[in-house]
Design a protein around this ligand. Structure first.
Ligand SMILES: CC(C)(COP(=O)(O)OP(=O)(O)OC[C@H]1O[C@@H](n2cnc3c(N)ncnc32)[C@H](O)[C@@H]1OP(=O)(O)O)[C@@H](O)C(=O)NCCC(=O)NCCS
Length: 154
C-alpha cells in the first residue's frame, strides 16, 4: 500500500464530505450518513489545517483525521473525525493518523486527547479502547447522542 500523508486544506472538503457519506454505512443509513457529513464544515479545514491530516493513494482519498487543539482546555486536544476507506482498513492507517496527531499534541505541550463517536458505532469505540482511550461517557445509545472518550499521552 503506497500512501501519502499531508496537511488538510479547504480544497479537501468535498472529498471528505463524500467519504463520510459512503464510508460510515456500517453504522448509519444513507440519510444519517449525509447528516453526519455536515458535522465537518469547510471552515474547520481553514482553521484546523495544521492538526488535520489527509492520506491519499492512487485511488484518491485513502483516509483523513480532523482534529484540533482545544481552545478552552489548554491541556487537551480533540479528534473530531477519523476515517479510513473501507478497502484499506486493518492495515494500520488509522493508528498512523493517531500517532501523528499525538506527536503534534505533545509538541504543543498538551497531554490529553479527547474524541467522540456515536454510542452505536461499536467498532469506533472498540478501536479507541484498543488505542488506549477510556470511555468517559457512553452516551445513551441514540444516534444523536455522543460517546465521549479520552486518553492521556505518556
Ligand atoms: C475505525 C477506523 C478509523 C479504523 O481504521 P483502520 O485503519 O482499520 O485501523 P488500524 O488498522 O490502524 O487499526 C489500529 C489498531 O486498532 C485495532 N482495531 C481496529 N479496529 C478495531 C475494532 N473494531 N475493534 C478492536 N480493535 C480494532 C487494530 O487491530 C489495530 O491494532 P494494532 O495496531 O495493535 O495491531 C475505520 O474502521 C473506519 O474508518 N471506520 C468508519 C469511520 C468511523 O467509525 N470513524 C470513527 C468515528 S469518527
Amino acid at each position: 500500500m503506497s500512501t501519502e500523508f499531508r496537511r488538510a486544506s479547504p480544497a479537501d472538503h468535498p472529498k471528505i464530505s463524500e467519504a463520510i457519506q459512503t464510508w460510515w454505512r456500517d453504522s448509519r443509513t444513507p440519510e444519517q450518513a449525509r447528516e453526519l457529513s455536515l458535522m465537518i464544515p469547510r471552515v474547520f479545514l481553514e482553521h484546523f489545517s495544521g492538526t488535520s491530516t489527509i492520506v491519499t493513494d492512487s485511488d484518491g482519498l485513502a483516509g483523513f483525521l480532523v482534529g484540533f487543539l482545544s481552545q478552552d482546555h489548554t491541556d487537551a486536544a480533540y479528534i473530531h473525525f477519523v476515517g479510513v476507506r473501507p478497502d484499506l482498513r486493518g492495515h494500520g492507517l488509522a493508528r498512523k493518523l493517531y500517532e501523528d496527531f499525538f506527536a503534534t499534541v505533545r509538541a504543543a505541550d498538551r497531554t490529553v486527547v479527547r474524541a467522540v463517536t456515536s454510542p452505536r458505532n461499536t467498532n469506533s469505540i472498540a478501536f479507541h479502547r484498543h488505542l488506549g482511550f477510556a470511555v468517559l461517557d457512553p452516551g445513551e445509545g441514540d444516534i444523536e447522542q455522543l460517546a465521549r472518550m479520552a486518553r492521556t499521552l505518556g
